[in-house]
Design a protein around this ligand. Structure first.
Ligand code: HEM
Length: 435
């Protein structure tokens, strides 16, 4: 027998989990909604609801009552592990909703690809992003980019907020992806931002083929320059199998670097308010791998996942704890529920970077800020490199006091929702000796 949610419970999941996630903007965050979500601590409410459903119905997956659709809410960490490990078959990442949203700006990206082209596109992403390598072969050049931009960001500054940080962040991203010449090429990231806003509406908003083609053309032109030391140069070096469409992969990278910027500034906020971790981070500055700072970023993305919902769509019937679910079922994994479960995770509401270095995080199969299995984020190592390098540059050049919000402290549980747009710091610059 299938475990099925009641109609009121389905309505609660729709109102308490799905709606706030959609309203916040899945593809491009809406700052006003995120500010409100922080004030109301909506993620705490959502996690509480899922815990109650788990207590009442058992491990699930819990079938929601949605007419004409089979949508299953995941409530068990090992079931999450199974779904992610068995991607793309039978659990495919390019679910109906994801395709509807991503097709607005990246129909050829691996994450949106349902056809047999998924595999070569995945291989191609791994090759350019050098997925298995902690340090990308372009790390030397990227480090210089991050150092220069962070130095400029902090020059003559006594306050740091999201807007100033974000301007520097996108300069870094454009330089790493396309080369130094793209530092001021705002048009490419602005056009993408506009398409991402449309994509927030998935099938409820018409697609603009013209805007999508214009973005594709702009990306193609920037890639054609193949500036040395950039991902564009790496693309130019690599052979391309037919059907891959390198320029069609790039919108996802640019879009996903947005999340990495959010994670960077949130990590700085945690370090500014957690003296023990701040001391450990400073001690890590001489480690070329910046392992502790990588752990800091991982724990930040655990605390506030930038991909709070993982979706998978089954190609076959599947059975779960003695119950059957039909093919075409959408599996809905709300990661904050697993990342902040106080019964399973002893450090659920604390900042615990060390857990990513000493094996504790690995013991929990549903701590998945970068997903897991064959669909795991192929950009993870590059992200951890760029974010930890920027944090190291920030820490070397200043001391930070968090002015807003006032809710982060090692003495109390960390908030479930943290608005990155509202972060504001006082900066006390440090003079650093030239190398
Ligand atoms: C904080 C930053 C990031 C986080 C937390 C993150 C996390 C994730 C997650 C959770 C997924 C799986 C999504 C799903 O299954 O629906 C994913 C997929 C992916 N990510 Fe990231 N990501 C980040 C940044 C990046 C960056 C900067 C790049 C590229 C430069 C990138 C490239 C990709 C690609 C290509 C996929 C699709 C993989 C596939 O379908 O096989 N990500 N990422």
């Amino acid at each position: 027998m299938t475990r099925q949610a009641t109609i009121p419970d389905t309505a609660r999941v729709a109102g308490g989990v799905v709606l706030p996630t959609l309203a916040g903007g899945v593809l491009k965050r809406r700052p006003r909604v995120i500010a409100l979500a922080e004030r109301l601590q909506l993620d705490r409410t959502a996690v509480g609801l899922l815990r109650r459903l788990h207590a009442r119905h058992g491990p699930g997956p819990l079938l929601l009552r949605v007419p004409g659709r089979s949508i299953a809410l995941m409530l068990d960490a090992e079931d999450v592990e199974r779904v992610l490990a068995n991607t793309p078959s039978p659990f495919h990442p390019a679910s109906l909703e994801k395709r509807a949203a991503l097709n607005h700006f990246q129909p050829h990206a691996v994450l949106a690809t349902k056809s047999t082209e998924r595999e070569p596109r995945r291989r191609y992403n791994e090759a350019v992003l050098e997925t298995g390598h902690e340090l990308h072969s372009l790390a030397g050049q990227a480090r210089t980019v991050v150092r220069e931009e962070t130095e400029r960001l902090l020059a003559n500054t006594t306050e740091l907020d999201w807007a100033t940080f974000n301007t520097a962040w996108w300069r870094i991203v454009r330089r790493i992806v396309f080369g130094d010449g793209a530092r001021h090429e705002h048009a490419v990231t602005d056009e993408l931002a506009r398409l991402r806003l449309r994509a927030n509406w998935a099938y409820l908003w018409p697609k603009s083929k013209r805007a999508r083609q214009s973005l594709h053309q702009r990306i193609g032109d920037l890639l054609a320059r193949a500036e040395s030391g950039s991902l564009a140069a790496k693309i130019a070096e690599l052979p391309t199998e037919s059907g891959i469409d390198p320029a069609g992969q790039v919108p996802h990278w640019l879009f996903a670097f947005d999340a990495a910027g959010m994670a960077t500034l949130r990590t700085l906020a945690l370090l500014a308010t957690h003296p023990r971790q701040n001391t450990d981070a400073h001690a890590d500055l001489d480690d070329p791998a910046l392992s502790y700072l990588r752990g800091c970023v991982l724990d930040t993305v655990r605390l506030w996942p930038t991909t709070p919902v993982l979706l998978r769509e089954s190609a076959t019937a599947t059975s779960w704890h003695g119950t059957q679910l039909p093919p075409g079922t959408t599996f809905f994994v709300f990661t904050p529920y697993f990342h902040r479960d106080p019964e399973a995770i002893p450090f659920a509401d604390e900042f615990e970077p060390q857990a990513w270095l000493d094996g504790r995080a690995e013991q929990h199969p549903a701590l998945v800020p970068f997903s897991d299995g064959p669909g795991r984020c192929p950009g993870e190592n590059l992200v951890l490199f760029v974010t930890s390098t920027m944090l190291a540059e920030l820490l070397r050049r200043g001391d930070y006091r968090l002015l807003s919000p006032r809710t982060l402290s090692p003495q109390r549980p960390l908030p479930a929702t943290l608005d990155n747009f509202g972060l504001r710091f006082a900066v006390d610059p440090k003079v650093i000796a030239p190398k």
